[in-house]
Structure formats: C-alpha cells, structure tokens
Design a protein around this ligand. Structure first.
Ligand code: DOR
Ligand code: ZN
Length: 344
C-alpha cells in the first residue's frame, strides 16, 4: 500500500552545528520541506545576526539540489530587547522566539529566570505577530519531574496567554493530559506540537529491562493516561495539534553516561513513524492535515505544493549512524518500522 502526502514540515527540530549538523540534516531534508530550528546552541542564538549566520551554515550543509528551508528562531532571555524582536521580524527569516525556562533542558542556562522580565519582548512579539514557542516545564527542584508541565501551565503559560491576548503561543512537545486540555480549551492562537515518542511511549519505556538512555528526553515520558491523551489529540483532527519531531541528536557517548543528555534522535524515521502511529490509531486519513496543513496555517505560511510517497514496507533503522569518531543511535534502532519513505 502506498500513501501520497502533501510534503510535511517539522515544527520543532534540533539541528545542532558543525559535523553533527552535516550528519543529521540530510534525513530531515529528505522528508520535510521546512523545519522550525531550535536555537539552543552553545552559545545560544539570541540575536537576529546569530540566527541568520546559523541559517547560512544550515543552507551550506544541505545536500546538493535540496530546497529545504530552515525557519529560524531566537532564544529568549531575561534581557532580549524589543528592538531585537523587530529586527527578527524584519529579517523575514525568523519564525518565532523560543522560551526555555532557565535550567529546564539542554543549553537552557541562559534561558528565562522570570517570565515577567520579558514583558517588553512579549509585547513586541504580539505586535509583530511573532510566535512564542514554549518549553513548558518549571524547573524548581521541589516540583516533581512528572508534574513540571502541569505546574508550568498553571503558573506561567495560562497567565501569559491571558496577559497577551493576541500573542501566538505554541506549547512545544506537549506530554500531559493537562497540556492537551489546556490547549483544547484555550483562546484562538494557542496550539501544541506533538512528538512521536510522546504518542508512542509511556514512562515504563525508560526502565524496560534496565535503564534506557535512548528513551530519555525532556519533557520526560509520562504515565500511560497522559500518553493516551497526547495520542488522542494528535489523531483528533483538531488544527491546534501538529507535527514537531523534537529530533534532538546527542552522541552515543553523551547519552550512555552517568549523567546522560536528554534527547531522542528521530530524524531518520521522522515521518514514517507518525504514519505507523496514525495507522495503529485507525486515523491514517488524518495524517496529512497533522503533518502538512495545521502547522503552516498556524504560522501563516503557504502549504507545500509537492508530495512525498510512503509505502507500507517494513524496515529496520540501523543500530547506529557514524559521526566522526562517535555514533548516533536513532529512535527505533534495530526495531521494525512498518512504513518506508519511497525515495524520489
Ligand atoms: O529532550 C530534549 N532534548 N528536550 C529538549 O527540550 C532539548 C533537547 C536537546 O536540545 O537536546
Ligand atoms: Zn526541543
């Protein structure tokens, strides 16, 4: 069986830089027309100039003939000036601004310590029509790691959505029933991206027969009822929920470590795995809207005009991909994925 889809976009992606960028970019570019590129490099991409320079490096790393388009983001800090927001908008190359609560995840140390220090920047974003992309977790040590999304929504996200009524806000990689309910019931201009791992796995997958570092990402996998809520939202046909892989490569050495990095590298199965999950949910007919329509509509961008073809042909992602002296372990390594990308 074959499935022809309007070419999808990835609305949440980590491409890294240098050798890693060159290793991972071809997998995304083979599947997706555009991707929202996260700014959590080291140092973080806090200015328009840095974002445009990063964009040039991405374009230079593309395989010959690819017309993949990186949609850049700025990394919000306590001190992002409103002028920087306007510069970003005027550049035409920057699609949004990412809020990392300080300390929430990889390279978030320069993130926001108090959202109300960002009022001027948020007001400028609202005015400029720039999207706020939110990593929705509080970081206080006293809040249980499984409750960080819910507490963030109560303490920060809901007040921000109310204080800036025209600001477009995306709760990135929603992981809980609380998050899904919030987005469903919110005013217009509030949406969420959904990763394959949060549709597919619950937190048992972190401990299946032993500690599983390649299933560790942030926000961390949740209990089964939350996975079910996230899956239901993805396949529901609601335009508020759309595809964002959060593919986040870390080398095998930095994952399999006494203090392993958070992130699941899903780019090599980036669309195939959603097809599998939608098929299992009996919702294959809703995949195209989730993958290729709701995202551009939310961002106010045109739909892609070309198509990709998937085939219901099982394959096994390799155990690892070589990158210089190290390797990357992809999501579903060595397992069977039921859908394949048919190369053009
Ligand atoms: O698992 C994650 N990895 N979550 C994030 O928020 C960041 C990402 C990364 O950059 O590795
Ligand atoms: Zn991410």
């Amino acid at each position: 069986m074959r499935l022809t889809l309007r070419r999808p976009d990835d609305w949440h992606l980590h491409l890294r830089d240098g050798e890693l960028l060159r290793a991972v970019l071809p997998y995304t570019a083979a599947r997706f027309a555009r991707a929202i590129v996260m700014p959590n490099l080291s140092p973080p991409v806090t200015t328009t100039a840095a974002a445009l320079a990063y964009r040039d490096r991405i374009l230079a790393a593309l395989p010959a003939g690819s017309d993949f388009q990186p949609l850049m983001t700025l990394y919000l800090t306590d001190n992002t000036p409103p002028e920087e927001i306007r510069r970003a908008r005027d550049s035409g190359a920057i699609a949004g601004v990412k809020l990392y609560p300080a300390g929430a995840t990889t390279n978030s140390d320069s993130g926001v310590t108090d959202i109300w220090r960002c009022e001027a920047a948020l007001a400028a974003m609202e005015e400029a029509g720039m999207v706020l992309q939110v990593h929705g977790e509080v970081t206080h040590a006293e809040v249980d790691v499984f409750h960080r999304e819910r507490v963030f929504i109560e303490n920060i996200l809901a007040p921000v959505v109310e204080r800036f009524p025209r600001l477009k806000v995306i709760l990135e990689h929603v992981t809980t029933a609380d998050g899904v309910d919030f987005v469903r019931g919110a005013r217009d201009g509030v949406a969420a991206t959904i990763t394959p791992q949060h549709m597919m796995l619950n937190r048992n997958a972190l401990f299946a027969g032993g500690l599983r570092p390649h299933h560790y990402c942030l926000p961390v996998l949740k209990a089964e009822r939350h996975r079910q809520a996230v899956l239901d939202a993805a396949v529901s046909g609601s335009a508020r929920f759309f595809l964002g892989t959060d593919s986040a490569p870390h080398t095998r050495g930095s994952k399999e470590s006494s203090c392993g990095c958070a992130g699941i590298y899903s780019a090599p199965v980036g669309i195939e795995i959603y097809a599998e999950l939608f098929e299992q949910a009996g919702a294959l007919d809703r995949l195209e809207a989730f993958a290729s329509e709701f995202g551009p509509r939310f961002y106010g961008l045109p739909l892609n005009e070309d198509r990709i073809v998937l085939e219901r042909r099982p394959w096994q992602p390799p155990a690892e991909y070589r990158v210089g002296a190290d390797t990357l372990v992809p999501f579903r390594a060595g397992e069977t994925v039921s859908w394949s990308l048919v190369s053009a």
